[in-house]
Design a protein. Sequence first.
Lengths: 459, 459
Amino acid sequence: MLSEHNFLALQEIVGAANISMSKADRICYSYDATQQQYLPDAVVHPASTDEIRRIMLLANREMIPVFPRGAGSGFSGGSLPVKGGIVLVTERLDRILEIDEQNLVATVEPGVVTEAFQKAVEKLGLFYPPDPASLKFSTLGGNVAECAGGPRCVKYGVTKDFIIGLEVVTPTGDVITTGGPTMKGVVGYDLTKLMCGSEGTLGVITKIIIKLLPLPEAKKTMLVMFDSIDGAAQAVSAIIRGKIIPTTLEFMDGRTIDCVRQATNLDLPPSARAVLIIEVDGDQEFLDKQCEKIKHIIQPLGVVEIRTATTPEESEALWQVRRSVSASLRKVNPDKFNEDICVPRSKVPEMIRKVDSIAEKYGVPIVNFGHAGDGNIHVNIMINRKIPGDLDKAKLAIEDVFKGALELGGTMSGEHGVGIAKAPYIPLEITPAAANYMKAIKKSLDPNNILNPGKIFLD
Amino acid sequence: MLSEHNFLALQEIVGAANISMSKADRICYSYDATQQQYLPDAVVHPASTDEIRRIMLLANREMIPVFPRGAGSGFSGGSLPVKGGIVLVTERLDRILEIDEQNLVATVEPGVVTEAFQKAVEKLGLFYPPDPASLKFSTLGGNVAECAGGPRCVKYGVTKDFIIGLEVVTPTGDVITTGGPTMKGVVGYDLTKLMCGSEGTLGVITKIIIKLLPLPEAKKTMLVMFDSIDGAAQAVSAIIRGKIIPTTLEFMDGRTIDCVRQATNLDLPPSARAVLIIEVDGDQEFLDKQCEKIKHIIQPLGVVEIRTATTPEESEALWQVRRSVSASLRKVNPDKFNEDICVPRSKVPEMIRKVDSIAEKYGVPIVNFGHAGDGNIHVNIMINRKIPGDLDKAKLAIEDVFKGALELGGTMSGEHGVGIAKAPYIPLEITPAAANYMKAIKKSLDPNNILNPGKIFLD
């Protein structure tokens, strides 16, 4: 528990209104999207880099664990206060500090909500592509810490690819800047990219410098139904082999379609056993040409139906099928484990077959959807925790899914991170030598292990 | 000096034909493109990861400094054996191991020459954009170690943006893999990007996994002459503000044009005081439209002449103007310091004015050319080392140029790295706290400081 002395010191830093040890507040900040719960000793809401610096100085001196938190929308427990201590909430650092239209660069605080930022830059004809499913509530700080992805990453890359500089408070209470507003920079080690995806274990992000793109002139969306998952997977490979990289190549397997059909009134013909949502963006005329080329490429692969949107409203209607997936799954099954393995994209059909046989082996339904274009599959293991044995089966199935992905040259996580959810499986993917290399970095920067301890590595 | 015992141990690892302590061989590997010279004790040419692993184990145990080297074409002394020891040459690891057309991913050894790789993937309709000026002889391993850039980076990004995985021998002799062949991956810290640009100080790169793009259908090149550098600089900003990101936006200032005119028979009218080479790539029809838009945008900005290439041969002729710069400068002035500062692109005109006043202050000619599109200016301080005082003036001018770039939110180096050339100036750009953070990482991974010591940081 936090001593009274330390409570008062923290209160002195952030003000009485911005620290709480009440049970209600501690419960509010005790969980994330994994639904796991760990009670912190206190919740603090700093408003500036300097307050965070002073918090870290105190925490490092007094050996108080600090757990940085954006919106708590993570899927791996990255922000969970697994060792008590302080939850450091960044939501008051929510300003877009600058959008530099001349240089296509923005500077923001970590608490800015992803969608709010996207809308702000789009108003100026600019574009921030990363689009995690949580973008309506997730923060940019959280996106950077976990290196969030999203459907558009197949063409544009992940969060990291757009982060060119940071201001960071180190675990020992120094304020450093990494990178900067230039498009190139090779002076010293690239701490910016090291911070991206380090899950808040190496520093507290207090400012983010973001590279922007011009907003594409137009986009075009197609929803394509296939009679088999193999047809859809072959379509993905064939499109890329055809030298086209669409903005998105989202897929849903047959079981996902069944859930959506069961839970919504969306019109999906029974012969559709896989869906691809293909979006292209760019110059208007060029788009039409690209769509024609895509249709030509995929036509022989068991296409049941193609729906094409030409207006934003029609596009939204097509996306509705994909967006309804999570809610539909929840309606049909009470509990699910949502894993996000990633394999080389040509291995998607093989991975799906592996998943199907794992589902059969353990007798648990598993549905697959996600970002086929970059081989990032959301594997959803559907169980009911109230049924004895279901949880154990799910755990065995998850391990098999991870092993299957790794056998195909893939990774256990394309977007969600390790946090606590995948920490037990780290030895499957990372050799002891590489893990020691990573732990050495952590130890050199956070000698007292006070910043987000217990994440990524169990020891 | 290397003991006989250690020489024999190294010989046992690489074979007698692949180690040398002869004066001639040591001299051959004593310099790089900076023209500075440091004699190593021995030169070794390993042929495999395992040989490199055994070399590093030995070197770490016996405290022998190891200096990894690609083609020695670096501009910052990154590969110079500044503390004797071993030069570890990667040129025998020169195989392209795989070009995976399905997944747009290639795996290569570090000694593959950049251009050879580009040609190999282009034959398959694929594309590796980074194009450092040294690409005809520089190696991909060196490109990764220094995070090389080039003209096309304005649209496509730098070397780091294409590197998704590595095999690395650590300073203590472990073999680790980082990242992998998937487009996403967030398990553990991103050691891949940390290695990129770490100048061979954190590990010896033994395999490189590279993301490729489809080769653009066509490209179009324009050489535009302006009556002032301000006009050219405004054109760069105006094009980007017009939401067009060309493949290249290369510029040359008036003094550079004068040198080229003096040294070659290229036809450049006297009224041209700045040149931009603008290249766009993509769909053929779209290109014409983009070029028309660019012409419309730049026309009011003091355009003297526009030359447009429509065939590869014509394009090559236009590029000849840019490619002749280095040789022309050398013809006109015997010695030069080629710095490569980078500023936010809108600050290019202000930076050029600063450079002009620095040239005047010290009475040394300075010519500027480079990658205006990403604000990366090659500032060439022209001197004659034989003239007493010229070298001192150049050193003072360099420091002013660095300070000027930093005042504008820029960096001392966009492409070349720190090596030994910029190590004395590190405190201008990196705060002690950030430097300590970097040194802590180095120390944790290379406790005996045997891998490329003396680089980036002086202490």
